[in-house]
Design a protein around this ligand. Sequence first.
Ligand code: HEC
Length: 210
Amino acid sequence: MKTKTILLASLFATTTLLSANEINATKLFETNCAACHITDLSKMSNKSAFIAPPADEIMTHAKEEFGTDKAKAVKFMADYVRNPDPMKSFCASIETFGVMPAQKDVVTAQEAEAIVSMMYDTYPRKAFTEMQSKEGGGHRGMTFDKLDKNKDGGITAREFQIFRAKKNNIDPNKFVNTYYFDRIDLNHDGKMDEAEFDKMKADKRRKKNR
Ligand code: HEC
């Protein structure tokens, strides 16, 4: 009888814990993530003040990367949140922000999953996407010739960063890493040639059309 009561009690405790996690995903996000991943649309134009990509931006890129495969996106991101790795990050902005601090001791694996699942369902919001397309940031309108200013057939990491800084209205001095460029520079000669540029553009297009 006693064991039965204990069993029932622990079963009850587990169930409430599980549902509490799901119900509180928004609250967990507010407490642990929102200070870095802002959601206030009125602050989105001042990109130089960002310390991390806004939640809408993360999910815009996550959906380019994983499309409608929510399960895959959630699995990747829940793991990333607790074990970030600059080589795995899909945020090009990692060059300005650096890698995210690991949240292993902040949220459990289950909590991380609940939070990113909520983020996937909530972001990007329509208002954010509309704002973005008005601003015309990202890679739109980018051609190899425009970037290769001195016409030597190669774009250095710094040239690419300066271009992205101007296009996205960010202070070029904020670019302190070259993680993103290093992945584009497939033969690692320190320059992006036209073939590497074309591949980057094609990858972007392929992801967008998913
Ligand atoms: C101290 C600031 C900070 C906190 C707190 C923080 N993040 Fe981040 N996060 C970042 C930065 C910076 C990046 C971009 C660089 C990168 O990808 O590592 C990022 C990237 C991400 C990404 C994209 C991963 C990818 O593949 O590029 C996800 C998802 C994410 N954060 C979720 C969260 C969640 C969920 C929390 C709360 C549990 C959280 N973050 C807390 C700074 C933070």
